[in-house]
Design a protein around this ligand. Structure first.
Ligand code: CO
Length: 358
C-alpha cells in the first residue's frame, strides 16, 4: 500500500480504483466472490486512507478480514454507482485521474466516469510491478502451498499401479491436497503413456499400463497463493531412452535452478535450460518456455522466456519446468517453484526428483 501511494505521488494519478479479486486480496487482504456485483477499493493518493465498497452481503466478511476499516455497502436494490460517486465526492476526486486495472469491466468503468470529470488510466503495470516482488510473509505462504502440492504428488505416486485410471490418481492427489489445507485445485493433470507427450493434455479414464510413463502437473492454492509442481515417474521399468530423456530434463532443470540469482535476465535462465536440451539433441521436442511467474495468480510476471529482458530481483517467484515430449511416445517434465534471493535461488518446493520406477 505504502509503495502504491509513493508511485501515485510521483504521477498525475489522484487515486487508484482496485476491483479485481487478486488485487483486492493483495492490497486489503480479502476479496469478495467476484461474480457480477461491484466490489472495489478507492485508494486516494493524497490521504492514503482507502475506502472499501462491497455488496451488503459481504459486509461482515469485509469487517473481519479487510485491512482497511472504512467500509461502505449497498443492497441489491441500490445502485452501486451511487455509493461509488458519493465516495469520490467525499474524497474530492471528481476531477482527478484514476489509476485502474486494464481488466476493469466496462460497466464498472462507466460507473466511475459517467457522472464526473474523472479520467481513467491503465495502471496495470504499477500493480504488477508491486506484486512481482514478494515479501517474506508471501514467500512463506508460497512455501507452504508448495509443501501441500508436494504431499499430493507423493500420495499420487504411492497410488499409481497398473490398472488405475488417470482420473483416479488425480482424485487421490486432490483429496490429499484438500485434507492438508489446499483451498482450491484449479488443475490436477495426470497423463499416462502417450498422453504424457501432450504438454497440456487432459486427464482421462485411461488406465495405467504395466510399462508406462505417468506425468502429474498440479496447481493448488493455499491462503490465496499458488504452487505449481510437475513430476514424471515410470511404472514397471524405464527404458534406456526414457532414462536418457529423464536425465536431460533433470539436468536442464538443475542448470536453470543454479543460474537463478539477482541480476540475471529472465531470458538467460530460459537459455541455460534450453542449451542443455539442445546439446542432447532434443531441442525441437522442448516446445514451451522454461517457466512462468507465480503468486496470487498461476501465470504472472516474470515469464522465463526468450525475449524477456526483465532483470531478476530478490523476491521474484516463478516456476522452472523444462520438458521433452516425443509425439505419440511419451513426455517428461519436471517443475519446481523458486524465489530469487541475492546470490542464488531459494527453492520454494522441496520434492525428490530422482528417477522413480514404481
Ligand atoms: Co507451470
Amino acid at each position: 500500500m505504502k509503495n502504491l501511494i509513493e508511485i501515485g505521488c510521483k504521477s498525475e494519478i489522484g487515486a487508484f480504483l482496485v476491483t479485481s479479486e487478486k488485487n483486492m486480496r493483495y492490497f486489503a487482504g480479502f476479496s469478495t466472490l467476484a461474480i457480477e456485483r461491484f466490489a472495489g477499493i478507492v485508494i486516494p493518493v493524497e490521504t492514503g486512507a482507502p475506502v472499501v465498497i462491497v455488496p451488503k452481503l459481504e459486509e461482515t466478511k469485509a469487517q473481519e478480514r479487510s485491512a482497511f476499516k472504512e467500509i461502505r455497502t449497498y443492497s441489491d436494490s441500490e445502485n452501486p454507482a451511487v455509493v461509488l460517486n458519493k465516495v469520490v465526492k467525499e474524497l474530492k476526486l471528481e476531477k482527478g485521474v484514476f489509476g485502474v486495472e486494464g481488466t476493469l469491466p466496462f460497466r464498472f468503468y462507466r460507473m466511475l466516469v459517467e457522472s464526473s470529470n474523472i479520467r481513467a488510466e491503465d495502471a496495470s503495470a504499477t500493480f504488477s510491478q508491486l506484486r512481482i516482488i514478494k515479501s517474506e510473509e508471501e514467500l512463506k505462504t508460497m512455501q507452504k502451498a508448495a509443501d501441500i502440492v508436494a504431499g499430493g504428488i507423493k500420495a499420487g505416486i504411492e497410488f499409481i499401479r497398473p490398472g488405475v485410471s488417470e482420473l483416479a490418481i488425480s482424485s487421490e492427489i486432490e483429496r490429499t491436497i484438500k485434507e492438508n489445507g489446499g483451498e482450491s485445485i484449479p488443475f490436477c493433470i495426470v497423463l499416462s503413456g502417450a498422453n504424457s507427450a501432450l504438454p497440456h493434455g487432459e486427464t482421462t479414464s485411461r488406465k495405467v499400463d504395466a510399462k508406462d510413463v505417468v506425468l502429474m502437473d498440479i496447481g493448488a492454492v493455499y491462503d490465496g497463493y499458488y504452487a505449481d509442481l510437475t513430476r514424471t515417474v515410470f511404472v514397471g521399468e524405464a527404458t534406456k531412452k526414457q532414462r536418457e530423456i529423464y536425465h536431460v530434463v533433470a539436468q536442464a532443470e538443475e542448470a536453470a535452478i543454479k543460474s537463478v540469482r539477482s541480476g540475471i535476465k529472465a531470458e538467460e535462465v530460459d537459455t541455460i535450460a534450453r542449451n542443455v536440451i539442445e546439446k542432447a539433441g532434443y531441442d525441437k521436442y522442448f516446445t514451451h518456455r522454461t517457466g512462468h511467474g507465480l503468486g496470487l495468480e498461476v501465470h504472472e510476471e516474470p515469464y522465463i522466456t526468450q525475449g524477456n529482458k526483465t532483470i531478476l530481483k530478490p523476491g521474484m517467484t516463478f516456476t522452472i519446468e523444462p520438458g521433452i515430449y516425443l509425439p505419440r511416445e511419451f513426455g517428461v517434465r519436471i517443475e519446481d517453484n523458486i524465489a530469487v534471493s541475492e546470490n542464488k535461488g531459494r527453492m520454494l518446493s522441496k520434492l525428490a526428483k530422482e528417477l522413480t520406477v514404481i
